[in-house]
Design a protein around this ligand. Structure first.
Ligand SMILES: NC(=O)c1ccc[n+]([C@@H]2O[C@H](COP(=O)([O-])OP(=O)(O)OC[C@H]3O[C@@H](n4cnc5c(N)ncnc54)[C@H](O)[C@@H]3O)[C@@H](O)[C@H]2O)c1
Length: 370
């Protein structure tokens, strides 16, 4: 199979869909990999590294699309790419699509007639989303780092060192949600020697967390009361809750923020689901924070975008096994053998095969294989 990897064109997107290691796996399996010139630059992967593991660099993006049996991307196609979707009806597009959020992109794919497989709807039997997990891990690990920076005086915070110093206490870090992002945040916060409290509604989850950290942090059953008690004297609060398919619950009110320490820092990782603090609004890496009362809010909706090199490798590590299956078997046999991958198939030759996408746009739904 010929696999084409174009450079991402969406604003502020610096990731790329494949690493040199992925190229090597694909070429070793007998496939051909075409990469658009400079596609890896934003992730600090020079063309020469791709060439070294067997890729061919093409200067013309149209050539990358037109020659490919499968196009690998990171973000959903944007308008300037729509005309390329219909170049070949037998072409597979494997990328994040988030079609429920975009009627325009859904219509473009329906009109194109290709086969569109979305990273974010690949789902394992335990309901986890293996191609979303790496980005939650990146955002979760970043949260205590950015919070520690903003807790310092030049960052707008109260001027505390997160780890304390001998004779001076470490910062109190409260993490709301003990899922993928929350656990990643806890790992870093414990590593930074902060006093860490993690809250979740799911007691079984808290048991696992308690067992994992063996006393290095406190687990707390989440309730309105527990959130108030623990946030009021926190230096850092990290929001990492998710209710699948719903907007994030508002767990930290402005009233509560008003009672918190001056210069405390609140990082809302859940901002992409509406946020779990009352005054959350999405921010960008160029202007990541704003003030609420006497506290600092950090609500960047695309946290992994700040570390494209790490994010690219984390994402590609997760997508590569599926990419190899699609390349080795063709999409029909691959999804027949791999039920989680079948859940990723969103549009096939003009038919929407993902029920939530069809529902979101009141468009016709065609079950896969019918
Ligand atoms: N801002 C970014 O750049 C970025 C990047 C990646 C992920 N995210 C977002 O981070 C959020 C968390 O993702 P995840 O992968 O960790 O989800 P997850 O499903 O693994 O974990 C969510 C946790 O929240 C808990 N929870 C739900 N309601 C709660 C409540 N009221 N109180 C306490 N805990 C509660 C759940 O029990 C679960 O353990 C999602 O909204 C995701 O989209 C944001």
């Amino acid at each position: 199979m010929i696999i084409g990897v174009p450079k991402e064109v969406k604003t502020d997107e610096y990731r790329v869909a494949i690493t040199p290691a992925g190229v090597r796996e694909l070429t070793s399996a007998g496939h051909i990999v075409h990469i658009e010139q400079g596609a890896g630059e934003g992730s600090s992967i020079p063309d020469a590294e791709y060439v070294r593991t067997g890729a061919k660099i093409l200067p013309d993006v149209d050539e990358v699309w037109a020659g490919a049996d499968m196009v690998l991307k990171v973000k959903e196609p944007v308008q300037e790419e729509y005309h390329r979707l219909s170049l070949r009806s037998d072409q597979i597009l494997f990328t994040y699509l988030h079609l429920a959020a975009s009627r325009e992109c859904t219509q473009a794919l329906v009109a194109a007639g290709n086969v569109a497989i979305a990273y974010e709807t690949v789902r394992l039997p335990d309901n986890s989303l293996p191609l979303l997990t790496p980005m939650s891990e990146v955002a979760g690990r970043m949260a205590p780092i950015v919070a520690s920076h903003h807790l310092m005086r030049p960052g707008g915070g109260r001027g505390s060192l997160v780890c304390g110093v001998p004779g001076v206490e470490a910062a109190k870090v409260v993490i709301l949600g003990a899922g993928v992002a929350g656990m990643a945040a806890a790992t870093l916060a414990v590593g930074l020697h902060a006093n860490v409290y993690i809250l979740d509604k799911n007691l079984e989850r808290l048991r696992q967390v308690d067992h994992h950290f063996r006393g290095a942090l406190e687990t707390v059953a989440s309730s309105t009361h527990a959130i108030e008690v623990h946030c009021v004297d926190a230096d850092i609060v990290i929001g990492a809750v998710l209710v699948v398919g719903a907007k994030a619950p508002k767990l930290v009110s402005d009233d509560l923020v008003a009672q918190m320490r001056a210069g405390s820092v609140l990082v809302d990782i859940s901002v992409d689901q509406g946020g779990c603090f009352e005054s959350t609004r999405p921010t960008t890496h160029s202007e990541p924070t704003f003030g609420v009362g006497r506290s600092v809010f950090y609500c960047v909706a695309n946290m992994p975008g700040a570390v494209p090199h790490s994010s690219t490798h984390a994402l590609a590590n997760a997508t590569l096994p599926y990419t190899l299956e699609l390349a080795n078997l063709g999409w029909q046999e691959a999804v027949r053998q791999d039920a989680p991958l079948a859940e990723g198939v969103n549009v096939v030759h003009g038919a929407i095969t993902c029920a939530p996408v069809a529902e979101a746009h009141t468009m016709a739904y065609t079950p896969l294989g019918s």
